[in-house]
Design a protein around this ligand. Sequence first.
Ligand code: RTP
Ligand code: MG
Length: 142
Amino acid sequence: MTDVQRSLVLVKPDGVRRGLSGEVLRRIEAKGYTLAAVELRTATPEILAEHYAEHEGKPFYAPLVEFMLSGPVLAVVIEGERCVEGFRSLAGATDPTVAAPGTIRGDLGRDWGAAVQQNLVHGSDSPESAAREIGIWFSDLT
Ligand code: RTP
Ligand code: MG
């Protein structure tokens, strides 16, 4: 049975600053997913309040928003069979120090001693989240 999905991927400000946007896109394309939209964007507090609504009130929320406003992000919509789960697998565990080698976070990320985990990428965690997040970042695509 086919289950073609879309997922929202963000190369976070640390990834853009370190010049890793191309490397992330390369891994997505090498896996066989299609790029449906790619745009360099500067987040706003309004966009982030929607995007991270589930984390509001958590201790890392304020530093997370500050970090996400620290520079441009590359907003990407990817498409492919089970790509939501597939990109989470490519990204690796949230904590880049322990993310498995072979993953984006495991190969390219590390802990920098900052108030929040700077882990290079975001990927939607379910098809429902993906639809919601694509609507936030690319209202013209929905
Ligand atoms: P993402 O949403 O970015 O794809 O990552 P995720 O699902 O693996 O992580 P999530 O739990 O949704 O957390 C969102 C982002 O918040 C930062 N974070 N820092 N304890 C911490 O310092 C901490 N916990 C979460 C990370 O940037 C994480 O990706
Ligand atoms: Mg998440």
